[in-house]
Design a protein around this ligand. Sequence first.
Ligand SMILES: *[C@@H]1O[C@H](CO)[C@@H](O)[C@H](O)[C@H]1NC(C)=O
Length: 214
Amino acid sequence: MFPFQLLNIFFVASKVRKEDSKYDLSHYKRGDLLEVPRTLFTHFGIYLGDNRVAHLIPDILPVISKNKSAIAKMVTNNRLILGVIAKVASVRVDSLEDFAYGSEILVNHMDKVCSQPPMDGDEVARRAEKLLGSITYSLLWYNCEHYVMYCRYGMTISYQTYQFCTAVRKIVCSRMSAYFTALCGVGAMLYLGSVTPLTTLPTLLIPFTIWMAS
Ligand SMILES: *[C@@H]1O[C@H](CO)[C@@H](O)[C@H](O)[C@H]1NC(C)=O
């Protein structure tokens, strides 16, 4: 799963921008939750007004440089990928064009899915602005979706992470049944007199669990 997420993030930054694409600013209000659908995951941001979007994106530069004008430039692929590896991200402000890379933008789509009503738009934007700067980023436990959920609904849950965990649980369960089947096979083999090593199960499960928890 991790390579998929990495690929997607790469895709976010490498997608060719349509130079002529212009977003109609009258469609967006301060405090709106903006979603840019991608192949596998969705990127989220909070509209602050005046063509400014606050969003959380992996970025190594704030960690290795103090040059504010270099950091303010759009995040490049290298900065992004190194940020993912080092687990650092920053909440930054970009224009709608830089945020969306020519993709369509969904506005407040989460309001329909979320059980909590959104806060007042100005309050949402203020919360988003308060968190500007760099933070530690974990793909699984704190991502761009947690940031916007906190700002707009006052909670830090991620629907994508939830889905991801559910998917992982399904994989584990199906693996468990596969192992169970294998164990039955092994039992049958032992019963029949041939030996199969049982070390494969912990060898596969332990690194997997460690990765999940980090
Ligand atoms: C900071 O970055 C800008 C833009 O990349 C560059 O032009 C400038 O020389 C840098 N300043 C320092 C002090 O490194």
